[in-house]
Design a protein around this ligand. Sequence first.
Ligand SMILES: *Cc1c(COP(=O)(O)O)cnc(C)c1O
Length: 389
Amino acid sequence: MSRFVYLDHSATTPVDQKVIDAMMPFFAPDFGNPNSLHAWGRKARQAVDKARNQVAQLINADPAEIIFTGGGSEADNLAIKGVAFAKKDKGRHIITSAIEHHAVLNTCNWLAKEGFDITVLPVDEYGMVRPDELERAIRPDTILVSIHFANNEIGTIEPIEKIGNICRSHGVLFHSDAVQAAGHIPIDVKNLPVDLMTMAAHKMYGPKGVGALYIKKGVKVIPLIHGGGQERGLHSGTENTAGIVGFGEAAALAAERLAKGEIEKETRLRDKLIDGVLKNISDVILTGHRLERLPFHASFCFRYIEGESMLLRLDALGIGASSGSACTSGSLEPSHVLLAIGLPHEVAHGSLRLTMGKDTSDEDIDYVLENLPKVVESLRAMSPYGKRG
Ligand SMILES: *Cc1c(COP(=O)(O)O)cnc(C)c1O
């Protein structure tokens, strides 16, 4: 029996057919420039406005607080550099965590060379930022805290409300990269102390290359791209109309799924997978928090095995998985996330991430649970690390 089971939804998701259908007219015949005043332009403008409403609704923001960008990385850059340069006369200290996406970490690294001072907070063994440590790190010149909503490699959901409340009480802006969380768990920015939040369409069944930054009313951000002044001057350039329309549709569909109990459905499959792996395979640890984790996310480290060799065997069986994050695999350094939660190099090398989607079935999980133990066993039998069987 052979199947194709895609379990890499944290890397990207397939574009929903309804999203494709919504996008198509905006290549042609409705190809107008949203900035034009004629009928073609007005039609495109209306579509962009509608999408802005849909994305805003997903997180209970006002449409005016949504800035469309060219993806999640770009929104992270806009948030962090945008606040850094807007506030540089007030202070130059920024706090982030050791397990952020590279779009956040490398942006902070670049700012460090430009004269900003970056504090990288450690995390505990589950990948949680400790609120008390954050509070101790805040200084009079701290201008921004950037902590992700949920981690892409280990699935842990951060204590966002506590983190945000600490930032508020010290008058520090709080940015959260919510690319993995948005559309998958409920987020209500009116009841959450966040000032800026990143989202990406392609992690919620929308197209790649479109993202959004939520910027709370009154928060000042300097643009990275100057030009015609689109997106309230924060993202100049003719809008990616079809992509934005696709993002809007994807956000509306995500909201519908959340209202219909998607989380319960995903959590059940996730727990079936996690419990099955922990029960049937020896020398394996779950990475990330057992409960405070994304409902579609399972991640492990298998001792005495190379993650890459596991990926190849699984690929041959029609199972699409990942080891570490998609961007760092291929390099020999184990993931910065797995090292930051305290795993030794040799354990971190055996990492496997299985992230489910809205179309993942019980049969898909059964297929993985049937094949993964055999793959692990056969790789261990030829392992140079010593352990056999
Ligand atoms: C995928 C991802 C990004 C990057 O988004 P792109 O749209 O691919 O640029 C940023 N942060 C997190 C947590 C992600 O998972």
